[in-house]
Design a protein around this ligand. Structure first.
Ligand SMILES: *Cc1c(COP(=O)(O)O)cnc(C)c1O
Length: 376
């Protein structure tokens, strides 16, 4: 007889997720995911996908036809943008101010393209003047890539100015909006973003594992003019669009994560119901209350106020405090998860997320109370 492992059902505790993601999932989103699975080519599912596309367009503030959710997490959204647009030998200016900018550079290099890195200090926004200097020094650059909201540090970059500058130098822009979507102002069409990717599990408060993406008409032109096929079969948008496009006939590309897409539909529906401006304001309001409390506890922010992300608060760990001990006590005694420092900030800072459904007054209060108890 074959020996089967004896395993009990898994019952996750009810945590409060105030780290860099995943964030607390809205109960209605969890309920949506538990609805009956139907076929991914069922006409009713296809109609749901059309609504989903309109909702993603709203969240991005775009009318781009090539807008969809990649069936994989934010990192796959990143890869989707790079592998579809960038061809071997092409030059990409990558603005790096944290972990995710570095991953962009790695994507470029793996394609066999050339990454020109514009470095910024950790905790700072991408420097617009430094990008301008790089654009002047590299007139053959075809793309500018940067992270709108750098989750490893908590810094917000000026996407509008960076994109305007890129356009002046005839570059297409590739923007990471994984943490910014739903949490801070984001206007894809108005700012001239050509390729953008986001994530389901940060300020959208959806389950992890999906990545909304959008390509401008210029980006689509670039994709169509490629000399070589996209190296990734799965992420090749010209194939994926055969499944996602609204023109009646849909063809099988891969089995869509049906229930996860119900969840994304519900989370974006909730966002639309609240209204983008209200959601941005809510993140800012809760951030200000949290900030006041953290400062009262003597905690110091890493990022300067002018470029601080409301949804990701990075504070220095006070001298003499054991990072791991504090975070495990928060988890054990308060069911509260906050984020550890990443990269250059590992062991030096905490990252407190106020993302989506998690950006609520009661979460802020709990976090301040718990931190105060544990630190004293
Ligand atoms: C979380 C995150 C990613 C990666 O998303 P995954 O869903 O973890 O793959 C990329 N960029 C930024 C800025 C992020 O915060």
């Amino acid at each position: 007889m074959l020996v089967a492992p004896t395993v009990q059902p898994f019952f996750p505790p009810q945590r409060i997720l105030m780290g860099p993601g995943p964030s607390d999932v809205h109960p209605q989103v969890l309920a949506a995911q538990a609805k009956p699975t139907i076929g991914h080519l069922d006409p009713l599912f296809v109609a749901m996908m059309d609504e989903l596309k309109a909702l993603i367009q709203y969240a991005f503030q775009t009318s781009n036809a090539m807008t969809l959710a990649v069936s994989a997490p934010g990192s796959a959204g990143m890869e989707t943008c790079f592998v579809n647009l960038v061809e071997p030998g092409e030059k990409v200016i990558v603005c790096r101010n944290g972990v995710f900018g570095e991953r962009m550079r790695q994507n470029v290099e793996r394609i066999g393209a050339v990454a020109v890195v514009v470095d910024n200090e950790w905790g700072e926004a991408v420097n617009v003047d430094a990008l301008e200097a790089a654009l002047k020094a590299h007139p053959d650059a075809k793309f500018v890539a940067f992270v709108h909201a750098e989750t490893s540090t908590g810094a917000l970059s000026d996407a509008k100015s960076l994109c305007a500058l890129a356009k002046q130098h005839d570059c297409l822009t590739i923007v990471d909006a994984v943490t910014s979507i739903g949490g801070v102002e984001l206007r894809v069409d108005e700012w001239g973003i050509d390729a953008i990717y986001a994530g389901s599990q940060k300020c959208l408060s959806c389950v992890p594992g999906l990545s909304p993406v959008s390509f401008s008409p210029l980006a689509v032109e670039k994709l169509k003019a490629r000399a070589t096929p996209v190296q990734s079969w799965f992420l090749d948008q010209s194939l994926v669009m055969g499944y996602w496009s609204g023109e009646g006939k849909r063809s099988y590309h891969h089995t869509a994560p049906v229930n996860a897409l119900y969840a994304l539909h519900e989370s974006l529906r909730l966002l639309a119901e609240e209204g983008l401006e209200n959601a941005w304001q809510r993140h800012q309001d809760q951030h200000l209350i949290l900030r006041q409390g953290l400062e009262k506890l003597g905690l110091e922010f890493v990022v300067q106020e002018a470029v601080r992300l409301p949804q990701l608060n990075t504070v220095l760990i006070p001298a003499g405090i054991d990072d791991g001990q504090v975070r495990s006590r928060l988890l054990q005694d308060y069911n509260l998860e906050i984020g550890a420092g990443l990269g250059a900030f590992a062991g030096k800072a905490w990252r407190i997320g106020l993302m989506g459904y998690g950006a609520r007054r009661e979460n802020v209060s709990l976090c301040l109370k718990a931190l105060s108890d544990v630190l004293n």
